[in-house]
Design a binder for this molecule. Sequence first.
Ligand code: DQA
Length: 146
Amino acid sequence: FNVLVLNGPNLNMLGKREPTIYGTLSLAEIMQNLSAMAAKMGMKFTHLQSNAEFQLIDEIHQSFQQVDFIIINPAALTHTSVALRDALLAVNIPFIEVHLSNVHAREAFRQHSYLSDIAIGVISGLGAKGYEYALAAAQHWLQENK
Ligand code: DQA
């Protein structure tokens, strides 16, 4: 299986950015661990972080019929982006939405997501481990459904 991991704006600052909320691991460290886990599972792993909405959308378009599953932390775009939602609908690739923090325990504006209702599932508040749980869930879902 081919898995694509997407990380949205400001996640390149992980480790330095509000560490009490987002943890002390850098994105590179989190993605290295995840890539090692994917390799052990025999999955092909691709990762893109971008601060630009269009780059995430372009990557989703290029994944059409190439990628079996997407794990996405859309970051602030979760709460703003109809375009990201439409891109995911356009390619019809199953995905899990991941947040490091528990968005439901934070400001009201973080409690709406443009993606959650079209996701296979949502993981929020479990820190960097959330990506690993998402990868395990993706493999399980693909074995059951593909
Ligand atoms: C986040 C939560 C979002 O509300 C926020 O804008 C982020 C990160 C998280 O991983 O907890 O940038 O997606």
